[in-house]
Ligand binder design. Structure first.
Ligand code: AMP
Length: 221
């Protein structure tokens, strides 16, 4: 199954993808995670993108499109992928379409996580991320067993630089301006499927499973 997860920052795309990848046996391809990794590793791409990311601005299209094009052809993505954080504007949407057409594949659905702004702000300000394995926590909704420590690997939890309130506001503005036009882009292609990003993790997962069954993307039962 080839899916795009679309929605504002903090809609729960990364959290759901973390569960769905196990359930569906396909990789979670997050451009945000790949770019953060590049920043951490101080690669050339990482050095270029850091200042954009810290401000919550989009990094240059060419760079992120190249990263995605190289990732979707890897062996583990042969049977499908969950694309999270890409495309972020219609130019990237068209480039993804071209790339997939050249590979003779297509998207099965674009999952739109429709989410209220207040939910987004509450989630992002409380979000904590493991510096080692990337697992996501929330100080209220999904607290770690030991404060500041990852349940999975004992790594240190931090607040992402771009999860500070001023940066969050910029990210929401950019989402509205640049990313929201993709809703019409995919709706026109009959690919857009809406779920509620306001739901808690388990309810949203169930909504997604119901949707996959209804759309016959997975087997009933
Ligand atoms: P995310 O983890 O998806 O919220 O992404 C974190 C940051 O990475 C964004 O605020 C952007 O600076 C950058 N980023 C991630 N994906 C893209 C993309 N498709 N196009 C441009 N910038 C991106």
């Amino acid at each position: 199954m080839r899916l795009v997860l679309l929605g504002p920052p903090g809609a729960g795309k990364g959290t759901q993808a973390g569960v769905l990848k196990e359930k569906l046996g396909i990789p979670h391809i997050s451009t945000g995670d790949m770019l953060r990794e590049a920043v951490k590793e101080k690669t050339e791409a990482g050095l270029t993108v850091k200042s954009y990311m810290d401000k919550g601005d989009l990094v240059p299209d060419e760079l992120v499109t190249r990263i995605v094009a190289e990732r979707v052809v890897k062996n583990d993505a042969k049977n499908g992928f969950l694309l999270d954080g890409f495309p972020r504007n219609t130019k990237q949407g068209r480039e993804l379409e071209d790339k997939m057409r050249s590979l003779g594949i297509g998207l099965d659905a674009v999952l739109y996580f429709n989410t209220k702004e207040e939910t987004v702000i509450e989630r992002l300000t409380g979000r904590r991320v493991c510096t080692v394995c990337g697992m996501i926590f929330h100080i209220k909704n999904m607290p770690p067993k030991v404060e500041g420590i990852c349940d999975a690997c004992d790594g240190k939890l931090i607040q992402r630089e771009d999860d500070k309130i001023e940066t969050i506001k910029n990210r929401i503005r950019i989402y509205t301006e640049k990313t929201e036009p993709l809703l019409a882009f995919y709706k026109e292609k009959g690919l857009l499927k809406e779920v509620s990003g306001d739901l808690d993790v388990d309810s949203l997962f169930k909504e997604l499973m119901d949707l996959f069954k209804r759309e016959r993307l997975i087997q009933q039962g």
